[in-house]
Design a binder for this molecule. Structure first.
Ligand code: IDC
Length: 447
């Protein structure tokens, strides 16, 4: 009898373990929204064959602006700006370039960090071999083979990877030269990774998609050709070239564009930019904007005095950034209330406490706007923190609708949050997550 009971308990435990394993597995799978991509006709489709459009942003050269590769930044761009792809641009030849004087291991680790952050955020990620001053991709073909061999071995089991094998061929180089290069690199990648999409640059700084349409790469699946535009320079004529190529069923991916001129700075052209986006949307073409950095140039989405690498507010963003934000979130408006003080204030509560606040949802009901925030508090200090208190000022009049995992009080337009008993203590290096609130406002709030 005793043995029977022991045996019964043993089997019950085994059964519980089994159920727990199954539910962990199921929850892991449902959390992930990444679907394997493939190319059908001139379109990208998901696992169910439904057309899918990727919209995103490119880093600047990672050798120069490595700090934007962080999970908070990517998460914010995804949740607040609505992007689903990030491009990691690794220059091959400029100063600090991978094939010139750059530190290869350091740069590769940055690429890997970028892929990891994007993966954690459930985003697609483009690994960009950013040729530019080295106009002919064959110049560093051996380095490229070794690089893509390593990357495709490492990431062959991930569905969110896209390989871009030559950013912008330019100068005295024909499509045939590019094609020969591409076929060799694609062979290397396909040995390891049979499916993920590969983007191939086209002549004349990735504009001559017509040349690729005349003589496309055969024998491989899931290959796309890139077209790049800068709206203040490239207008209807380039759209016509693209339209013709699409009509010939060439799969095109706009892996880089700007709303300024081709130098990456100067005037921005909103009207042309809107025409481009309308054209791309009509054709379900994916597009990735150049660039997330605070470099003093008009293609950058952050102002040069913005030193943050996440937690951006209205005041941190350039005109290009505002256009991008409004275009992606479909909130074209001439004025977004300025809440620039907010994040700074909450970040400065104590030098040891870092606060990340992300708007993870927003909606409108009648004349009111609703915003849901997710807050994380990190103890960056040397000592344990025994309780915490943060305050978040808003520029407009807001109403607190709901809140959790903190004691929330309102003082005019400021929300104060005090720790609960169960989350008051933060060990050094640790963080408290899942603090949240929903507020409403009569005006739109950027933050
Ligand atoms: C530009 C950067 C600039 C940098 C330069 C390097 O914006 O800060 O000094 O590269 O030479 C491209 C390229 C992209 C360029 C961008 C703007 O792919 O690397 O970035 N551009 O000139 N093609 C068309 C424009």
């Amino acid at each position: 009898m005793k043995y029977k009971n022991i045996l019964l308990s043993f089997f019950t435990i085994i059964l519980y373990c089994f159920i727990i394993c199954i539910s962990c597995y199921a929850s892991q799978n449902t959390a992930n929204t990444i679907s394997a991509l493939s190319v059908k006709g001139n379109q990208i489709v998901d696992e169910n064959g439904a057309p899918i459009q990727l919209k995103g942003i490119s880093t600047h050269g990672i050798a120069w602006f490595p700090d934007y590769i962080n999970e908070y930044c990517f998460k914010e761009l995804k949740q607040k700006w609505g992007i689903n792809v990030i491009r990691i641009a690794m220059y091959t030849a400029e100063s600090g370039g991978y094939c010139t004087d750059g530190n290869k291991e350091y740069l590769k680790n940055l690429v890997k960090k970028g892929v990891d952050c994007a993966t954690k955020c459930d985003m697609y990620v483009i690994i960009d071999w950013h040729i530019l001053s080295d106009g002919n991709p064959n110049t560093y073909i051996e380095e490229s083979k070794a690089f893509f061999d390593e990357m495709s071995k490492k990431y062959c089991n991930q569905k969110n990877i896209i390989y871009e094998i030559c950013n912008e061929p330019n100068g005295n180089i024909s499509w045939n030269d590019i094609k020969q290069y591409a076929e060799q690199i694609i062979t290397v990648i396909r040995k390891n990774d049979p499916n993920n999409i590969i983007l191939v640059g086209t002549p004349n700084w990735s504009q001559s998609v017509d040349k690729a349409a005349e003589n496309r790469i055969k024998d491989f699946n899931n290959i796309m050709y890139t077209l790049h535009f800068y709206a203040a320079t490239h207008k209807q004529e380039l759209r016509n070239t693209m339209k013709n190529a699409l009509e010939q069923c060439l799969p095109i991916f706009v892996s880089e564009y700007g709303i300024c001129d081709a130098s990456g700075t100067g005037q921005i052209d909103i009207q042309q930019s809107n025409e481009w986006i309308q054209f791309l949307n009509q054709n379900h073409i994916s597009y990735v904007m150049w660039n997330i950095s605070n470099k003093a140039e008009s293609s950058a989405i952050l102002k040069s005095d913005c030193k943050k690498t996440s937690g951006f507010t209205q005041n941190d963003i350039t005109d290009t950034g505002i256009w991008l934000y409004e275009m992606l979130t479909n909130t074209y408006t001439s004025h977004i209330p300025d809440t620039s003080q907010n994040i700074q204030n909450i970040n400065n509560v104590s030098n040891d406490l870092q606060v990340h606040m992300n708007m993870i949802n927003h909606w409108q009901q009648y004349t009111k706007y609703y915003y849901q925030y997710d807050i994380t508090i990190i103890n960056n200090g040397k000592n344990k923190i025994n309780n915490w208190n943060i305050s978040i000022p808003f520029d407009s009049t807001i109403t607190l609708i709901n809140s959790w995992n903190g004691i929330f009080t309102m003082n005019q337009n400021q929300i104060n949050i005090h720790s609960m008993d169960y989350n008051a203590q933060i060990e050094k290096g640790q963080s408290i997550t899942n603090i949240g609130m929903i507020i409403s406002s009569d005006t739109k709030i950027y933050q």
